[in-house]
Design a protein around this ligand. Structure first.
Ligand code: SAH
Length: 206
């Protein structure tokens, strides 16, 4: 089933072999509710806890490909959610820091990722602030729809680094990449429409 999914993603234009290999390896059915287990390897998004969603495999593959990071790079993810995107980045050999504002999701992603052998740094907090203490990052990947580009995420990028972020109102964003080509010099590219749950301000109450 996983092989079929990878073939489907290739047909949809995903060509980065390392991304495809990671998707081939990771048991996505562990990251979703057992109700949807049978459909884990279809190109669909599913509801997870706290009213959030696990992104479609194509979205995960596309964002990962756009991130253009490699083994050993340090990456910041905003929106750990189920942990699936985080697993893809870890499987590709990146050092991953990931922030989640929903306590329930933060609590469940860590044990699952560790069980699968991944060792990301996970934080319960507000993604708008990034993670200054571990900056600068080679890449920053935002997996929720941001109403604007948070300054901290730009500040915490290395020169030569890239931010991948869906920007716009709920369910109607544009997938942008922002390259920090030099200190104070950014290059923005639009990669088309996207539909994400919103990036919410401040940390949720637990
Ligand atoms: N990468 C996830 C996608 C989850 S959906 C996966 O693979 O499953 C997006 C996630 O972003 C949700 O879990 C939501 O709670 C989280 N989120 C929304 N606003 C946030 C913020 N300000 N800081 C951190 N996480 C946030």
């Amino acid at each position: 089933m996983r092989l079929k999914l990878v073939e489907e993603l290739q047909k949809m234009g995903i060509s980065d072999q390392k991304v495809l290999d990671a998707i081939k390896k990771i048991p996505r059915h562990f990251f979703i509710d057992s109700t949807f287990e049978k459909h884990a390897y279809t190109n669909k998004a599913f509801p997870i806890a706290s009213g959030q969603t696990i992104s479609q495999p194509h979205t995960v593959a596309n964002q990962t490909e756009l991130l253009k990071c490699k083994t050993g790079d340090t990456v910041l993810e905003i929106g750990t959610g189920s942990g699936y995107q985080c697993a893809v980045l870890c499987e590709m050999g990146m050092k991953v820091h990931s922030i989640e504002r929903q306590k329930e999701l933060f609590d469940s992603a860590g044990p699952l990722l560790r069980e699968l052998g991944y060792k990301p740094f996970l934080y319960y907090g507000d993604g708008y602030k990034g993670k200054e203490v571990f900056a600068p990052f080679d890449g920053v990947i935002v997996t929720c729809g941001a109403p604007f580009i948070p300054d901290a995420l730009i500040d915490q990028l290395k020169v030569g680094g890239r931010l991948v972020i869906p920007v716009g109102p709920e369910g109607k964003q544009r997938m942008l990449t922002i390259d920090k080509v030099a200190e104070g010099e950014l290059v923005e590219k639009n990669h088309g429409d996207a539909a994400f749950v919103p990036m919410l301000e401040s940390r949720a109450r637990d």
